[in-house]
Design a protein around this ligand. Structure first.
Ligand SMILES: [Zn+2]
Length: 213
């Protein structure tokens, strides 16, 4: 294989580049286009309100873009009273959307950390999962984002995140394999370095890992 350098590619646009946001009317028009493209008539009675409803649904599905997970985590309690054992929140149900097909990814998240300086209300951990879920995602990226946000803000001794999810782009189209769950994990600090810690976490979450979502 030759080792000649490939010509430099144009720099990719920054991840969160603020593209001008289309108007609500433009978004609704795009839905009408998709309805026509699917083969139906957006002017018929049953579909007349659909573009408006789809756009409203998108506001819910993608609410995570309006939220900053690091801000959510910042309200912490410094008083840990010497508690330095694992805190585990398991079975956090989430609904996300595959960035390749824009169809749901439905699953559960298990999040753990080992407090060092601060602890956070457990509902905040669930909100962090929710914030990253309500965006266009791939599961691997979402797993890492949750772990990194917790790690950066709480500065704990370790963070572990496991996501188990069914991807509708795989269950309802393409290879059509219902029942397949994708499992991803991201371990930092003690969970990565200490096998006993990691095993303890995995055994806690495996007690519930068998039932369906
Ligand atoms: Zn997909």
């Amino acid at each position: 294989m030759s080792k000649t350098k490939k010509p430099a590619r144009r720099a990719a646009p920054p991840e969160m580049a603020p593209a001008p946001r289309p108007s609500r009317e433009q978004a609704q028009e795009a839905v009408r286009t998709l309805i026509r493209w699917a083969g139906d008539n957006p002017a018929r009675e049953g579909l007349r309100g659909t573009p408006d409803r789809v756009v409203r649904s998108y506001e819910e599905f993608f609410a995570g873009y309006q939220l900053d997970p690091r801000e959510i985590l910042k309200r912490t309690f410094e008083e840990v009273a010497g508690y330095d054992e694992m805190v585990v929140l398991r079975d956090i149900r989430f609904e996300s959307y595959c960035e390749h097909h824009m169809v749901p990814i439905i699953g559960r998240a298990h999040v753990a950390y080992m407090p060092s300086k601060r602890v956070v209300g457990i509902s905040k951990l669930a909100r962090v999962v929710e914030t990253y879920a309500k965006r266009l995602q791939i599961q691997e990226k979402m797993t890492a984002q949750i772990a990194q946000a917790i790690n950066e803000v709480l500065e704990p001794n370790g963070v572990a995140v496991v996501l188990e999810a069914a991807h509708q782009c795989m269950t309802t189209r393409g290879v059509h394999k219902p029942g397949v769950m994708m499992v991803t994990s991201h371990m930092l600090g003690a969970f990565r370095e200490n096998e006993a810690t990691r095993k303890e976490f995995l055994s806690i979450i495996s007690r519930t890992a068998s039932h369906d979502t």
